[in-house]
Write a protein that binds this ligand. Structure first.
Ligand SMILES: NC(=O)c1ccc[n+]([C@@H]2O[C@H](COP(=O)([O-])OP(=O)(O)OC[C@H]3O[C@@H](n4cnc5c(N)ncnc54)[C@H](OP(=O)(O)O)[C@@H]3O)[C@@H](O)[C@H]2O)c1
Length: 237
């Protein structure tokens, strides 16, 4: 499928995996709407994307606030002229022992990672329905397939994203909307390096660009083909 002229909204597009996906899709000619909280990062990525010759815009809002998400997505859809693709990527990784992590932190991980995906998908759905086609990529994690120590909030949030995404797929595929659930393993980014999951060594560990190429190629498949879910790992970390 040709992505040229498609409008893609990428949550958490100012850095990390979201930024890499934005650049990969813009290189295919897609227009990009970025969301995030850090305006400086968003501005700088928008200017990088415009240099690639596509339309690019950003909206600053917190993904855990439904009213802000609705308003921000509406603004981006207006600036781009609709939405064809949503990459539900914004997320946080707070790690720590279940009995030591403050309840507020635990709740915030769930609010950001689970409710954020739900709010953004709900906000984008009317545009995809109107277009008669669309794609939603929900970024979960291998942590959502199996919990482990020091990651109870993160793993629970991502397990819930996997489940939400499967329900979304079952309901919306009838409307020509492909919902794709991705469960990547560790990729070098602020989250994984600050969380002590990797040193980010590019000779060993997945980089955001690897993830972005994967997302790009999944989206480019003929519309009759839906990659419902998938994992990506470093070969020999
Ligand atoms: N890196 C990995 O190893 C890995 C593995 C599996 C899955 N994932 C998932 O991949 C996604 C991207 O992660 P990353 O590694 O790129 O992390 P990152 O570098 O820490 O970036 C996180 C992104 O999410 C945005 N974000 C966080 N909280 C937000 C909030 N409340 N409102 C709006 N935006 C918010 C940030 O935007 P601002 O900076 O503008 O706030 C940033 O763009 C996450 O869902 C993560 O769980 C990552």
């Amino acid at each position: 499928m040709n992505l040229k002229g498609k409008n893609a909204v990428i949550t958490g597009g100012g850095r990390g995996l979201g930024k890499a996906v934005a650049i990969a899709l813009a290189r295919e000619g897609a227009n990009i709407g970025l969301t995030g909280r850090n305006e400086e990062n968003l501005k700088s990525v928008v200017s990088e994307l415009q240099d690639l010759g596509v339309k690019a815009a950003y909206a600053v809002f917190s993904i855990d606030d439904e009213a802000q998400v609705q308003k921000g997505i509406q603004t981006l859809a207006g600036e781009l002229g609709g939405v064809d693709i949503l990459v539900n990527n914004a997320g946080i990784g707070d790690f720590g022992k279940l009995n030591e992590m403050p309840t507020e932190t635990w709740e915030q991980v769930i609010k950001t990672n689970l409710f954020g995906v739900y709010y953004a998908a709900k906000a984008v759905y009317p545009y995809l329905k109107e277009a008669g086609a669309g794609d939603i990529v929900n970024v979960a994690s291998t942590a959502g397939l199996k919990g482990g120590p020091n990651m109870s909030a993160y793993a629970a949030s991502k397990a819930a994203v996997v489940s939400l995404s499967q329900s979304m797929m079952a309901e919306w595929r009838k409307e020509n909307i492909r919902v794709i659930t991705l469960t990547p393993s560790t990729i070098a980014s602020d989250m994984s390096i600050q969380g002590g999951l990797t040193d980010g060594n590019p000779d060993k560990v997945l980089q955001p660009e690897d993830f972005a190429e994967w997302v790009r190629d999944i989206l480019k498949m003929n519309r009759r083909a839906l990659i419902a879910n998938g994992s990506i790992f470093s070969t020999n970390p």
